[in-house]
Design a binder for this molecule. Structure first.
Ligand SMILES: Cc1cc2nc3c(=O)[nH]c(=O)nc-3n(C[C@H](O)[C@H](O)[C@H](O)COP(=O)(O)OP(=O)(O)OC[C@H]3O[C@@H](n4cnc5c(N)ncnc54)[C@H](O)[C@@H]3O)c2cc1C
Length: 446
């Protein structure tokens, strides 16, 4: 793999850029910002030269892309619908319709990134290296002469419409200021703050009149109280149905793989459900997660199944009797946790013990202490409400000429490549729209 290109960084990048002007400034060089830069440059190029500058506060580009998908970058999923996202369904559906999976596949092919599909439907680069994706994005930016200034944290954006009322902006950053005709904000959320995404972009848009709904870690592992048996099962994973109840009402039910870890629980099903727990906890509601470790059965079916197994093999040790459907270590740990000797003969199990076991198998309460925090959350729930942007263009409804994209919006996807899809799609819409608007304005001033 060749080294990452130099991203058009001028040698004086650490000095000020007072009086520098760009047609479009993009704030944030993550997945959404880089996509927006590429699409804006391509759209603008067809009509004439345009100067496009991306500013990012980080010292290195693409930290989050590089660590994504376990270093392999799960760029999208073979099937993406609005149901894979938490966010206004009608708006999400319309946004996805503009640039869906097929368009994304074609786009990656045009970037010379060959993708492969895994059994789960997730799409990865065939190289199994996230670096391939980052390299392709930055190389295309370089080819299109999109300038990227790293170490340029933006502090404020001030709309300064010109005499004809056309949008224009002053962008203050840590080394000075620059002006732009259009601004695209792609500052991400709060997950993995050391990557540069620390929620700073929301302070800027709040000052410009946008609302920001409360934000919570999502796709985050959960820490259990020490009296639970998770630590002894560390590394064991099993298929479960996980139900989240808030103030006694079921808000989420999903099935998938749960991973026991030294601190608690993780794995796709836990990560996907975690946003419901973090949000409810943040709002001070009563929230509970229960686990059915026999996901093909409800309580009554599990009771019938257990009775039949006991009748068939009354001399078999209880934990061994139930392991057919469960990992061995889990069966024994669950029995002990429920106060039942795992080695006792099944035939000696009392009715009360059987009831306790059925309850533990189908409605095991996970004693959650807290989530694992922003350093381990893959994405952010909450952000700028989708109804504050025009979903056809991603333009702000509060500030003409400013566009908002990616994770800073109040929309989060489930595990499987959906969050990157959101970044590519919203980047596509904003990049093309900002470039087109630029020319409409220059050809026919408003
Ligand atoms: C460990 C991990 C693994 C993940 N794996 C996957 C995966 O495999 N598939 C998937 O779909 N999703 C994955 N995600 C989620 C995905 O990475 C994000 O949803 C996506 O990167 C969001 O893109 P973005 O461009 O909106 O924001 P970000 O990638 O967060 O980029 C925002 C950029 O803005 C910059 N910035 C912030 N504030 C300012 C400012 N004031 N001035 C200038 N610059 C600023 C930041 O430095 C950053 O570079 C993963 C996330 C994590 C943390």
């Amino acid at each position: 793999m060749p080294p990452l290109p130099s991203v058009n960084m001028p040698p004086d990048h650490a000095r000020g850029h007072m009086d520098e002007h760009a047609d479009i400034v993009i704030v944030g060089a993550g997945a959404a910002g880089l996509a927006a830069g590429i699409f804006a440059a391509e759209a603008a190029r067809a009509r004439g030269p345009a100067r496009i500058v991306i500013l990012d506060g980080a010292k290195r580009i693409g930290a989050k892309i590089l660590i994504s998908g376990g270093g392999r970058c799960n760029v999208t999923h073979e099937r993406v619908t609005h149901a894979d996202f938490n966010g206004s369904p009608h708006i999400v559906r319309n946004i996805l319709a503009a640039f869906g999976v097929e368009a994304t596949r074609r786009w990656f092919a045009s970037l010379e990134v060959e993708l492969k599909r895994e059994e789960t439907g997730k799409l990865f680069p065939v190289t199994d290296q996230a670096r391939t994706v980052l390299h392709a994005l930055t190389a295309r930016c370089e080819k299109l002469k999109v300038v990227i200034h790293l170490h340029h944290r933006v502090q404020d954006i001030i709309p300064q419409p010109d005499a004809s009322g056309s949008p224009s902006f002053l962008i203050r950053h840590e080394h000075g200021a620059m002006s732009a005709c259009r601004v695209i904000l792609a500052t991400g959320g709060r997950s993995l703050p050391k990557s540069g995404s620390d929620g700073g972009g929301w302070s800027i848009v709040r000052r410009l009149g946008h609302e920001v709904t409360p934000t919570y870690p999502a796709l985050v592992p959960l820490i259990l109280t020490p009296d639970m048996f998770h630590a002894e099962l560390s590394g064991v994973s099993q298929e479960v149905e996980l139900t989240t109840q808030v103030d006694g009402r079921v808000v989420d039910r999903r099935r998938g793989s749960l991973l026991w870890t030294h601190f608690g629980v993780s794995g796709p099903v836990v990560m996907d459900a975690s946003r419901f727990w973090t949000r409810a906890r943040g709002e001070g509601a009563e929230v509970e997660m229960r686990c059915n470790v026999l996901p093909d059965m409800n309580r009554e079916e599990a009771e019938r199944w257990l009775k039949a197994r006991i009748a068939e093999q009354p001399k078999r040790a209880l934990a061994k009797l139930i392991t057919g459907h469960l990992p061995d270590r889990f069966a024994a740990a669950l029995c002990r946790f429920l106060g039942i000797d795992p080695s006792m003969s099944s035939g000696q199990v009392t009715r009360e013990q059987r009831n306790v076991l059925v309850q533990g198998l189908t409605q095991l309460r996970l004693p959650i202490l807290r989530d694992r925090g922003w350093n381990y959350a893959e994405v952010t729930a909450g952000g700028v409400p989708l109804n504050e942007i025009n979903f056809r263009t991603m333009e702000s409804r509060k500030v003409p000429g400013m566009y908002l994209i990616g994770e800073m919006l109040d929309c989060d996807g489930r595990i499987g490549g959906f969050n990157f899809q959101w970044a590519w799609t919203t980047g596509y819409l904003a990049g093309r729209s900002a470039a087109a608007d630029l020319h409409v304005t220059s050809e026919a001033p408003r």
